[in-house]
Design a protein around this ligand. Structure first.
Ligand SMILES: *Cc1c(COP(=O)(O)O)cnc(C)c1O
Length: 445
């Protein structure tokens, strides 16, 4: 396993994160346990702050909350000078409760409910990123009722679909997100937005995908978007003030992943944008980016206790841990790959090829297929790295497994930022109707 952030091996041969021994973490907080490396999370925020806001003071990096969001994380993001992208009333409520500055909040989502829109307008979020005409008119009405004018970006579907190693230039018209350029619906939305009294159009947003390694695909996106901006200017006289290019920068998960630096991303974006704006006679707009995975991903890891080990001779050795798809659905959802280490034997040589199974009643609940680990026995601790993004936020209670706790580690301290769910938490929303309440077991059987 490649170490990230503040990971190191201490004199006991145990893996340490943030100056805290993972064996102590398991003893104090139990497993499975999400561990968040505060220094690494802050460092990743800072890279975006330096590469964007410090270099071009009008630009803004906003952290994509769907990656990993709790009230403590809102505080960290705010301290590091980033804004926040939310996609639901629940995420917005989290930001409100954490006193996150609302003018730096961008409200996303392809089907915001009237209640969510009202909450956002009342809270004073900086931008609504409007996805469709239904939302545009609903937002205008709600803003009118509140006697305010809401600043918005229109989400544009640029016809680019990016993947880890390549991108497709067309073929993404078929998407549930945004107004497609090619069909003329994007320019139509601009014309409509400019007519609405309680809407203030600032510019455009797009997001081409996630876990992207090719900076080319970002350059191409800037080209497509600036060409659209020029068309908008020609047809309506509206000069784009703000261009939000979404998130998507990839991270290292396993060997072969070579993500570019944040600074290189910023350079490609600014250079392409300036060239294009000059060529097309546009004013250079304010740039917004929305990193998620590249901030939270490498800062998180998950600590498990190894239980049953099943050796099927000549076939495979299954090593089962006390969590699985409930706390990390990504391998089951999209064959995501991870690395791991035996945390209490972090110096020991990998000697055995095994596969890591979760404890859910699904054959597909496998966390890692085929990984070389040190000699292991039940009770050993397994740490899976780079689980900071899209793990906790995608977690679930399948099989009524309580969700893990999350600790923030740094400077030799560990602070609980999400407490472990209890069995009673699992029952919190259960109700028994009266007619089922008083049956005696004896009457049934
Ligand atoms: C998911 C998403 C992001 C964050 O993407 P990452 O790949 O995690 O950086 C940003 N903006 C929008 C609109 C998204 O949907």
């Amino acid at each position: 396993m490649r170490f990230t952030g503040t990971m190191k091996v201490n004199e006991k041969g145990h893996l340490e994160i943030g100056g805290v021994d993972t064996v102590d973490l398991a003893r104090e907080f139990g497993t499975p346990l999400y561990i968040l490396d505060e220094a690494e999370f802050r460092k990743n925020c800072r890279e975006y702050y330096h590469s964007f806001t410090e270099k071009r003071p009008d630009s803004l990096a906003i952290y994509a909350g769907k990656t990993l969001l709790t009230t403590a994380i809102c505080r960290l993001v705010d301290e590091e000078g980033l804004g926040l992208d939310v996609v639901s009333g629940g995420e917005l409520y989290t930001a409100l409760k954490a006193n996150f500055p609302m003018h730096k909040v961008f409200f996303h989502g392809n089907n915001k409910s009237p209640e969510e829109i009202k909450l956002g307008v009342e809270a004073g979020v900086g931008r609504f990123v409007v996805d469709n005409l239904y939302e545009l008119y609903l937002l205008n009405d709600i803003a009118h009722a509140q006697k305010t004018r809401q600043a918005i970006l229109l989400r544009i579907s640029p016809g680019i679909e990016a993947h880890t190693h390549e991108y497709i230039k067309t073929g993404q018209i078929d998407s549930k997100f945004g107004f497609p350029i090619e069909t003329g619906q994007a320019i139509d939305a601009v014309i409509r937005a400019l007519e609405l009294e309680n809407i203030e159009l600032k510019g455009f947003h797009c997001h081409i995908g996630s876990q992207i390694f090719e900076l080319d695909s970002f350059a191409h996106t800037v080209e497509v978007m600036t060409e659209f901006m020029a068309e908008v200017y020609k047809n309506t006289g509206f000069m784009t003030q703000e261009l939000d290019l979404g998130g998507g920068l990839g991270i290292y998960y396993t060997a072969g992943d070579n993500p570019p630096a944040v600074d290189a991303l910023a350079e490609v974006i600014f250079n392409t944008l300036e060239n294009q704006c000059q060529k097309l006679g546009l004013k250079v707009p304010r740039v917004v980016v929305e990193p998620g995975r590249s901030i939270a991903g490498p800062a998180g890891s998950t600590l498990y206790t190894i239980g049953a080990i099943k050796d099927i001779p000549g076939i495979r050795t299954y090593v089962a841990v006390d969590g699985g798809m409930g706390d990390n659905p990504r391998p089951a959802l999209y064959q995501a790959k991870y690395e791991a280490i035996v945390a209490n034997k972090a110096n020991a040589k990998p000697v055995k090829l095994v596969s890591i199974a979760g404890k859910c009643c699904e054959s597909g609940d496998m966390l890692i297929w085929d990984i070389e680990l040190a000699e292991i026995k039940p009770g050993d601790l397994l740490l899976i790295s780079n689980t900071g993004a899209y793990n906790y936020t995608m977690s679930m209670n399948y099989n009524r497994l309580p969700r893990p706790a999350m600790v923030l580690v740094g400077g030799g301290r560990a602070e609980l930022i999400v407490r472990r769910e209890t069995y009673d938490d699992l029952l919190r929303h259960d109700l028994i109707p009266v007619h089922l309440k008083n049956r005696k077991v004896a009457q049934i059987y």
